[in-house]
Design a protein around this ligand. Structure first.
Ligand code: DGP
Length: 118
């Protein structure tokens, strides 16, 4: 359904065209604080490749997606919320609440999360 955009808001952050508060970066993955935090800790873990949605994932992305969770787990530990708990979420398309069409894992912590989400 979606056309693969080569430039997204997050590739512009990746390329330092837009500033962001980075907490992690390697060859494939970056993580920076959400500009509109929904919790005391709100970090986005983002692949450098602009994959639009979870629907666009291919088998070759399996390791990348796994590594995104490991990066999020490590940041949760570093930020001191690992033991008390945190939420990881990836919104998909309009009904899933996705606003930026470049996949990203939300890491949220530092407050009690409710379920179900709104
Ligand atoms: P989603 O709705 O799942 O697509 O989440 C997009 C998130 O991206 C949302 O929580 C706000 C965040 N965001 C939007 N624009 C910027 C920006 O320019 N910088 C940063 N750091 N975060 C942004």
């Amino acid at each position: 359904m979606s056309e693969i955009e080569t430039e997204t808001l997050f590739t512009r952050i990746r390329d330092r065209e837009i500033p962001a508060d980075f907490v992690y970066e390697d060859d494939e993955i970056m993580a920076f604080r959400d500009v509109n935090p929904q919790a005391p800790l709100h970090v986005l873990v983002v692949p450098k490749e602009p994959i639009p949605t979870v629907n666009d994932l291919e088998p070759r992305h399996a390791e990348l997606i796994g590594r995104m969770f490991l990066v999020a787990r490590d940041i949760a530990r570093e930020e001191g919320v690992a033991d008390e708990g945190y939420r990881l979420a990836m919104n998909t398309n309009a009904a899933g609440g996705q606003a930026v069409y470049h996949i990203h894992l939300h890491l949220m912590g530092g407050r009690q999360m409710s379920w179900p989400p709104g």
